[in-house]
Ligand binder design. Structure first.
Ligand SMILES: Cc1cc2nc3c(=O)[nH]c(=O)nc-3n(C[C@H](O)[C@H](O)[C@H](O)COP(=O)(O)OP(=O)(O)OC[C@H]3O[C@@H](n4cnc5c(N)ncnc54)[C@H](O)[C@@H]3O)c2cc1C
Length: 430
């Protein structure tokens, strides 16, 4: 058989994929089932075909964002009273995992955008604010939501700076100085997904009331910097192993003047939300939950000889391949169950067990996605890793999950071990 023959499609159309989380089995609400179905349909019918190009060229999935806007999904976490779809954290996570199944880079960048609405919407609404702060917050968020819903504005979420700040251990080095004209922002953000493509950078920075003030994490501010403001620049190239369509280049803020109204949250609210809502940091996982499912789906179709773009050769009769699929299924079921439990118990001020489980779920999704993808390649065999198929992209994209702060796989291990052996305030000092 020639290579050309080997890549003839065996079917023009593929049946609709089953949900990752079947609504009846997992007891989903109507809204969860509906938004997951919308995301899956968009992913399977539109995003899947475009994903190879974004990956090959390391370009931003602009067309996908137009579709996300048209379908209303850009406002998935904007509260209903403000005109959005009103998804809570769990509902968003379930829907986003369906996007990750078809285009990891779209799901990961979508998370950065959606975070701006989750932090200001569902999460902030779970915290008590005095009436004046609440009113201030409402006016602020309405401005951002209107841009997203009416104009399709996209928000990025640059917090990483290459040091301990993104790990939650230090104040952000990017500073926002209060001046008579507004915020004067200076700093550098690395791995700023959507750089050059977002309309607003939802930058985390440390408020200073005078230039020599001592930076403190308590003074973290969350400010939307319009991308076209003087002093904002995107530098460096972007040619990474995986998640190439995220275009996560370096962002520089050089004396950028931003009006006060661009704040995303009133003073002090981000710091409080970050402390009280730790599950928020799990929002990086749905992309990888989707990738784990996609690598498994690929393997089943491929071994059954049903993978479009490959010859109809069955490989399922070999016991070693059956064993590998069993191993993948076990890992996938374990990953799904732990993740589902953890996102189901997301709440402000979770107890210690819930927090430990969140770290376990984060670690499990990020590491298992990669493990499942590598098993898929080993099991399907040489032809399965050709660039003409999407498995090798899933493999490369899956490797990125464990690297993402503040809950990298390593930091999860640190926190799980320490958190299990010590109660709050305990030490071994005599
Ligand atoms: C595809 C992709 C997209 C991304 N998109 C975004 C984005 O949109 N916005 C964003 O803000 N970031 C984004 N990131 C960045 C990501 O969250 C991390 O900040 C980044 O990968 C860290 O890179 P690093 O080389 O500085 O990591 P590391 O060197 O691992 O960590 C940086 C610092 O964290 C601390 N640290 C790390 N590990 C430990 C440990 N075990 N114990 C104690 N301290 C530790 C140390 O201070 C260390 O210097 C993205 C990353 C990837 C791969």
């Amino acid at each position: 058989m020639t290579l050309a023959e080997a890549h003839l499609p065996i079917a023009d159309t593929v049946a609709d994929d089953a949900p990752i989380f079947d609504p009846a089995s997992w007891n989903l609400t109507d809204q969860q089932a509906d938004l997951s179905a919308r995301a899956r349909s968009l992913g399977q019918t539109v995003f899947a075909d475009r994903a190879a190009r974004y990956d090959r060229d390391a370009t931003f999935p602009t067309e996908n964002y137009r579709d996300l806007h048209t379908s209303g999904m850009l406002g998935i976490c904007i509260p209903k009273e403000n005109g959005g779809l009103g998804a809570d954290l769990k509902t968003y996570m379930l829907a986003a995992s369906e996007i990750g199944r078809y285009c990891g880079a779209t799901a990961l960048t979508f998370n950065m955008h959606v975070s701006s609405c989750l932090w200001t919407g569902f999460l902030a609404d779970g915290l008590k604010m005095d009436a004046a702060t609440q009113a201030e917050h409402e006016a602020m968020r309405q401005r951002h939501y209107a841009r997203i819903l009416d104009q399709g504005a996209i928000y990025a979420q640059p917090f990483s700076e290459g040091g301990a700040a993104a790990a939650g251990a230090k104040a952000f080095g990017t500073t926002a100085l209060r001046t008579d004209e507004g915020w004067r922002i200076n700093g550098k953000k690395i791995f700023a997904s959507l750089s050059g493509h977002a309309d607003y950078y939802g930058a985390l920075c440390t408020e200073l009331d005078h230039p020599d003030a001592e930076p403190s994490r308590r003074n973290t501010m969350y400010i939307a910097v319009p991308a076209d403001t003087k002093g904002v620049s995107v530098v460096g190239d972007w040619d990474p192993l995986g998640m190439r369509g995220t275009v996560s280049r370096t962002l520089l803020f050089d004396n950028v003047l931003v009006p006060y109204e661009e704040q995303l949250m009133p003073r002090g609210i981000y710091f409080s939300a970050a402390k009280r809502w730790p599950h928020m940091f799990m929002t990086l996982t749905p992309s990888y939950m989707g990738i784990a499912q996609a690598a498994y789906d690929f393997t089943v179709r491929y071994l059954r000889g049903e993978m479009p773009g490959t010859p109809p050769v069955k490989r399922r009769m070999y016991p070693t391949k059956q064993l590998a699929v069993a191993q993948m299924r076990l890992m996938l079921e374990q990953t799904k169950s732990l993740w589902f439990q953890s996102i189901s118990e997301a709440r402000p001020d979770p107890d210690k067990e819930q927090l430990l489980r969140a770290w376990c779920a984060q670690y499990t999704v990020m590491e298992n996605a990669n493990e499942i993808a590598q098993l898929a390649i080993r099991t399907c065999g040489g032809q399965s890793m050709l660039k003409s198929l999407h498995l090798e992209r899933l493999y490369r994209d899956s490797r990125c999950g464990s690297l993402m702060l503040p809950w990298t796989a390593e930091l999860c291990m640190d926190m799980i071990g320490k958190g299990t052996l010590y109660e709050a305030g305990e030490s071994d000092d005599a």
